[in-house]
Design a binder for this molecule. Structure first.
Ligand SMILES: NC(=O)c1ccc[n+]([C@@H]2O[C@H](COP(=O)([O-])OP(=O)(O)OC[C@H]3O[C@@H](n4cnc5c(N)ncnc54)[C@H](O)[C@@H]3O)[C@@H](O)[C@H]2O)c1
Length: 162
């Protein structure tokens, strides 16, 4: 099961980079928030996508940041996620922090005009999810999430949407 989830997360990550690379002819510069389990999965994927360059990584644990930036060759790190979002070179932010921070970080990215790949969930409740999507829409940024069970039978509507 873990391998399936990891594979789904990798496919989602690669799919947004491919879309954004079509829009940004040159290198796509990415910032990553959260260097835990799934943050590393996405850094691994990003390392294999031509034209994508992670430029800054944040977490709240400095030894983790030192280890992960060295492992994936990320040139900068910070303990403050806002510095990732507002980094002048960053065009898209990969949000891999714990779930309770996602909605606020999406809205900050929208305000800064940065595209977003956000790990599931977008928010921890329905209203927060709707609001974050609305803010992203109004700002005109791309917002993609990695909900690896979206096609799972248990999560389909009944009757299923054709
Ligand atoms: N799509 C999937 O298959 C999948 C799989 C696993 C996790 N997730 C999602 O990814 C998110 C992270 O999960 P995980 O398993 O990597 O957790 P984790 O605990 O392994 O990693 C979270 C990391 O975020 C750091 N962190 C804590 N507060 C932070 C903050 N304010 N800013 C930046 N970093 C902060 C922690 O120090 C830790 O290194 C969760 O929302 C989870 O639901 C999705």
């Amino acid at each position: 099961m873990a391998a399936t989830l990891t594979a789904a997360a990798r496919r989602s990550s690669a799919s947004l980079t491919s879309l954004l690379l079509k829009r940004h002819a040159s290198t796509l510069k990415v910032g990553v928030i959260g260097a835990g389990r799934i943050g590393r999965v996405h850094l691994e994927t990003l390392a294999g996508v031509p034209g994508v360059q992670p430029v800054i990584l944040s977490d709240v644990v400095e030894p983790v940041l030192k280890e992960v930036t060295a492992q994936y060759g990320v040139p900068n790190y910070t303990l403050d996620g806002d510095e990732v979002i507002n980094h002048p070179d960053v065009q898209a932010v990969w949000i891999c922090s714990p779930s309770q921070f996602h909605a606020d970080q999406i809205k900050k990215c929208a305000k800064a005009g940065k595209h977003v790949f956000c790990e599931k969930p977008i928010a921890t409740d329905l209203n927060g999810t709707i609001e974050a999507i609305k803010v992203a829409d109004e700002a005109g940024i791309k917002l993609m999430t990695a909900f690896q069970r979206q096609r799972g039978r248990a999560h389909q509507r009944h009757p299923p949407v054709p």
